[in-house]
Ligand binder design. Structure first.
Ligand SMILES: Nc1ncnc2c1ncn2[C@@H]1O[C@H](COP(=O)(O)OP(=O)(O)OP(=O)(O)O)[C@@H](O)[C@H]1O
Length: 603
């Protein structure tokens, strides 16, 4: 037998001997039948509980003492000296009580932490306070968080400015902690610009071992450098938006979470939004956060949704009842764009000399055009004339629409020139989901790309994106996941009203439904009306009915429409998000985000 086999055999023998011994011990003690066994089990459980809680008490107290070493050592030494003094003087009473009181006074915060940890170990572990302490401890640089430490880091990162007298002046740095982040407030010194801080930022981030950073201007000469200690954002499932519509918040949707844990309020009104992401990056989450999040406002008439979905309507059709009109082919898309340009021009004429910014009302709603895949319209639709016309009209909307209450949310997989045509620089707000390469990140985000490495977003973090608003500040966010059931439920609950000026259906849209209808009829179904399918259909249930005579007969109840098979690619939307748990569809939810489906993680 060779030596390797001998070692293997020996290890197997030892393993089985240990297993046998454990089984015997267990049978003789805890596994014992009868009263004795039960008593032993209770005893072990009680002992385990007492030892566990005592350990938590000692651990938390010592952890505090370790973090406040000078104070705790001073308390111990003082108590020791007092005891020695009492012993030496031959004190007649108890010589321990006094020193113990002195020690307990100095260690009281630690003892309180210990008591808390012993009473509620779970809460103690989870508590932000502890996370905060541990983070400071684990980063191994507690001194860096102090004023002197942070200023030393600033100097090392190249933020010092040499003075005429030879000294070095460093920006004043104040540190404060927020959940998942530490915020360094930097006061720029004379001879320095905010650009110097931008340049030094990545060095400071590395010094602190942070997972990322953001620069937020506070006022001239003062900048907040936010260092993130959280590496990933938890996946969440959206909930049914509440039916209350605040006229001042029309066009603002609660779409997910920001990296600092706050709610992400995505402003759609007054800005066009370009959503870019590789396939499977979660563009659907952004699209439905906008369309679904605005559903109550759509139903109340404050917002009118238009759709362009040249992939057979597979994405938009899930929530079809929310949309006034959806284009399924390029020619139809041009008609939609023309209609919106006309809305814009008419509104411009009405607003001229009266107002510079449009405020949505049911009479003058905010028009939101959602384009599922821009490249299908701008690059892949066959007819050159149509492409050119689409690009011209879209550019017109992008340059003039926002002040007039006509905005576009455009999604695209590939940010290259051909997919966006000449519109690339016309999007004031960008959402960069996971991208395939740094070249693409540069293309989408330009100057902001340096602070928003979208190509580094993990494949499993669908819906995670850098949101770059008009001021160019990137924020890492995660959009809520909208499962199909929730989209359908929202569309049922908040269908768009009937629009008197709805565009008539295109032949393509009629064909699309006619095909599906014949398939359905062939399967023994029954069909009521097939006339106008592009104009907004009625919801699935008996909810609010289209009371407008113009559209009433034309609207086709989706309950009567055959269900179209979703393509295999899109059927991924039906999957649960990678790390999501149950979906929540609560009708009276507050509109904020729903289940946390995985914990925010530090790495
Ligand atoms: N916010 C999210 N949180 C967790 N998982 C998500 C989220 N958004 C999407 N996913 C998961 O990622 C899958 C793909 O998402 P989605 O279809 O929205 O991607 P996409 O960018 O639209 O892809 P494509 O460009 O191919 O249409 C979904 O089926 C879902 O499982």
């Amino acid at each position: 037998m060779n030596p390797v086999d001998k070692v293997r055999e020996f290890r197997a023998t030892v393993k089985s001997a240990v297993a046998r011994a454990r089984a015997r011990t267990h049978a003789a003690t805890l596994g014992r039948p009868g009263v004795l066994g039960a008593v032993l089990r209770v005893l072990v459980a009680v002992l385990g509980f007492v030892l566990g809680r005592s350990w938590m008490l000692v651990r938390a107290t010592l952890a505090w003492a370790g973090r406040h070493l000078p104070l705790s050592v001073f308390g111990l030494v003082l108590a020791g000296l007092l005891w020695l003094g009492l012993e030496a003087s031959g004190w007649p009473g108890d010589r321990l009580v006094g020193p113990v009181i002195v020690w307990a006074l100095f260690w009281s915060p630690g003892l309180l932490f210990g008591a808390w940890a012993a009473i509620a170990p779970g809460a103690y572990r989870r508590s932000r306070l502890r996370v905060w302490y541990v983070r400071r401890w684990l980063t191994g640089t507690p001194a860096l968080w102090g004023r002197k430490g942070s200023e030393a880091v600033g100097t090392a990162a190249g933020l010092g400015v040499r003075q005429p007298d030879g000294g070095v002046l460093v920006p004043g740095i104040k540190v404060r902690f927020a959940p998942g982040a530490a915020v360094l407030r930097l006061n720029v010194v004379v001879g320095q610009t905010v650009d110097d801080i931008v340049r030094a930022a990545s060095r400071i981030v590395t010094a602190y071992g942070a997972h990322g950073h953001e620069l937020r201007p506070v006022k001239p000469g003062v900048v907040d450098l936010v260092l993130f200690t959280v590496a990933r954002l938890a996946a969440r499932t959206a909930t049914m938006p509440a039916d209350h519509v605040d006229p001042f918040r029309v066009g603002v949707v609660t779409a997910g979470r920001r990296r600092d844990g706050g709610l992400l309020d995505l402003i759609v009104r007054g800005r066009h939004t370009l959503v870019v992401g590789a396939t499977g990056a979660g563009k659907g989450s952004v699209l439905w956060s906008v369309a679904g999040g605005m559903a109550p406002a759509v139903h109340a008439g404050f917002v009118r949704l238009w759709g362009v979905d040249l992939k057979q309507g597979i994405e938009v059709d899930t929530g079809r009842a929310l949309f006034g009109h959806v284009a399924y082919d390029a020619r139809e898309a041009v008609r939609v764009l023309e209609a919106l340009v006309q809305v814009m021009q008419e509104r411009g004429a009405r607003m001229r000399g009266v107002s510079r910014n449009h405020a949505p009302t049911p009479d003058e709603p905010l028009h939101v055009l959602v384009v599922d895949e821009l490249a299908d319209l701008m690059a892949y639709s066959g007819d050159f004339e149509i492409k050119r016309e689409a690009e011209r009209l879209l550019s017109k909307l992008l340059t003039q629409g926002r002040a007039l209450g006509v905005v576009v949310v455009g999604c695209v997989q590939n940010p290259r020139q051909e997919a966006l045509g000449g519109t690339r620089n016309l999007w004031p707000q960008k959402v960069a989901l996971r991208l395939d390469s740094d070249v693409e990140t540069d293309m989408v985000l330009d100057a902001a790309a340096r602070l928003a490495p979208a190509h580094e977003i993990n494949k499993n973090d669908q819906g995670t994106a850098y949101l770059v608003t008009e001021d160019g500040t990137p924020t890492l966010v995660r959009f809520d996941y909208w499962p199909d059931d929730l989209i359908r439920a929202a569309a049922n609950r908040y269908p768009a009203p009937a629009y008197p000026d709805a565009l008539p259906a295109s032949p393509a849209a009629r064909d699309l439904v006619a095909d599906a209808a014949s398939a359905w009829l062939a399967a023994g179904g029954h069909l009521a009306a097939l006339d106008d399918t592009s104009a907004n259909p009625r919801p699935v249930d008996d909810g609010p009915v289209n009371d407008n005579p113009v559209n009433d007969g034309a609207a086709t109840s989706t309950s009567e429409r055959p269900k179209r098979k979703r393509s295999p690619r899109k059927s991924t939307r039906n999957r649960r998000p990678a790390d999501a748990t149950t979906q929540t569809v609560t009708d009276n939810a507050t509109g904020s985000t729903g289940n946390t489906t995985s914990e925010e993680t530090n790495s």
